[in-house]
Write a protein that binds this ligand. Sequence first.
Ligand code: NCD
Ligand code: ZN
Ligand code: ZN
Ligand code: ZN
Length: 352
Amino acid sequence: MATLTLPALIDIHVHLRDPGATHKEDFATGTAAALAGGVVAVLDMPNNTPPTTDEAALRRKGELASTKARCDFGFYLGATVGNAGQSVGIHEVAGLKMYLNETYGPLQLEALSTVMAHFRHWPRGKPIAAHAEQLSTAVVIGLAQLYGRSAHICHVSRKAEIELIRHAKANGAKITCEVTPHHLFLTEQYAERVGGFGHVKPALGTPEDREALWANLDIVDAVASDHAPHTIEEKESETPPPGVPGLETTLPLLLNAVAEGRLSVERLVELTHHGPARVMGVRPPEESYVEVDPDARHLLHGADLLTKCRWTPFEGMRVQGLVRSVYLRGTRVYEDGEVLAPPGSGRSLVLS
Ligand code: NCD
Ligand code: ZN
Ligand code: ZN
Ligand code: ZN
């Protein structure tokens, strides 16, 4: 059996739901899922209940993660109408998250003046990440240019968006972007078949959108899971919330793409390790790596997953490439289906 050793993954976009919705996920289960997926560091999004939009909420999250997380962690501050320029002990925050379109949670910004205030006040050395679909993509690129700073565009999903980002980068804009596995491997046809389980923001695209993401993968900075767990019951309801889990399936899916000749191992490492660290100013934990069996074929099954929600949009998909062992700071933290790291062993990430 061949073993391939890769630098451990850094996932810069996850929703671990702690505090506020721990029936969907919490820091202990979400970081167990992370380790099972070869991910040793996560950046957690601010759309909690209550949202992570001030110093007290950040401190509370820090306390919860310190006692519960099994891998390393950092947090985003959510941008609100009132918190531009407010001091929040900013050295502990990985970045500012701005929601410019409707999605799960109450954090969508409406007024141009609010968005401008955040671009003006947020420290230049710290990333601004944006949920920006369609026209909002152009807004973020334009404001980043005007304010002479960088900006990161989350979960790019449409052909026009990735082409615009390509154009912006070629013209010197300090724009970075991420794509998700669900936008790389699924389309709206899947969403039509599975109803609420395929409901995600941004919505799954057309086959043409999906192929455009692959065709422009050379200008993509990171693959991020946008791990957004909701329960099976919630997804089967009349009003399913948007979001799909993904921490455990990113690496098998990308390894399968390597096996199919659609991606090189070097590019996989760039998209899951070096790129995310660079974009978000994260120092990767030392001696942290994943041993995978690139030849092992297996089926993806929600029931096998460690995420609390225990389903996957990739149910039944046959992939080649299996995570065997994961090491975090020299310690084996996962082996063959079993998480070895206890809650509380994860650390706060070192941020630039
Ligand atoms: C995310 C969630 O559930 O928190 N949902 C989603 O569909 N992606 C929110 C988000 O990332 O926009
Ligand atoms: Zn989003
Ligand atoms: Zn998200
Ligand atoms: Zn690199």
